[in-house]
Design a protein around this ligand. Structure first.
Ligand code: ADP
Length: 192
């Protein structure tokens, strides 16, 4: 099993690159943002609770997302590996993920961090908001709040995995294919 964390701020291209990576490596894609949006669409109690938090650009409680990831891991016992997208977003989530993977006798192989400037992020997200139907992408103050949450709570995740020498920084600006090639070559180096 080879498990990857695709890491980076909102708008850094994690969703776009995830699709290409799961196709190339046959990994199971686990996006907590997508899982939460499915809960919202199904109007579950969890979805209703999450929506008001997400609409403010804040993070949903750790136990909620860790619970969702834990069941997703259990539901995919045959997976060749997992691609985590938008998770973990706090140090507590990182520690919880490492424990869950250890129970399955596996671990994170690499953390691929996409670096993109803040102005580029805001412009990409506002652009995405025109067509994505995501309410958190249409309002610049919500976008800035998400980037602030990322800086305050999520950058520590890269520090956490750096101590295990698992983080590789990738330039997240350029063409989709160029960025994919960089990710691809870093994964291949670590997989062999
Ligand atoms: P983006 O990274 O583009 O902001 P996501 O789809 O990953 O989009 O997440 C959208 C929102 O869902 C976040 O702003 C947050 O409120 C919530 N969310 C997603 N993943 C997590 C997580 N791991 N922990 C807490 N909240 C999360």
């Amino acid at each position: 099993m080879f498990n990857i964390i695709l890491f980076g701020p909102p708008g850094s291209g994690k969703g776009t690159q995830s699709e290409k990576l799961i196709a190339a490596y046959g990994l199971k894609h686990l996006s907590t943002g997508d899982l939460l949006r499915s809960e919202i669409a199904a109007q579950t109690p969890l979805g209703l609770e999450a929506k008001s938090i997400m609409d403010k650009g804040q993070l949903v409680p750790d136990e909620v997302v860790v619970g969702m990831i834990s069941s997703a891991l259990d539901q995919n016992p045959q997976a060749k590996g997992f691609l985590f997208d938008g998770f973990p977003r706090t140090e507590a989530q990182s520690i919880a993920l490492d424990k869950l993977l250890k129970l399955k006798n596996t671990e994170i192989g690499v953390v691929l961090a996409l670096d993109v400037s803040e102005e580029e992020l805001v412009s990409r997200l506002l652009n995405r908001g025109k067509t994505s139907g995501r309410s958190d992408d249409t309002n610049e103050s919500v976008i800035r709040a998400r980037i602030a949450e990322y800086k305050a709570k999520t950058t520590v995740v890269a520090n956490y995995y750096s101590t295990f020498d698992k983080v590789v920084h990738i330039k997240g600006e350029g063409s989709v294919d160029e960025i994919f090639e960089s990710l691809h070559s870093e994964i291949d180096k670590r997989m062999s």
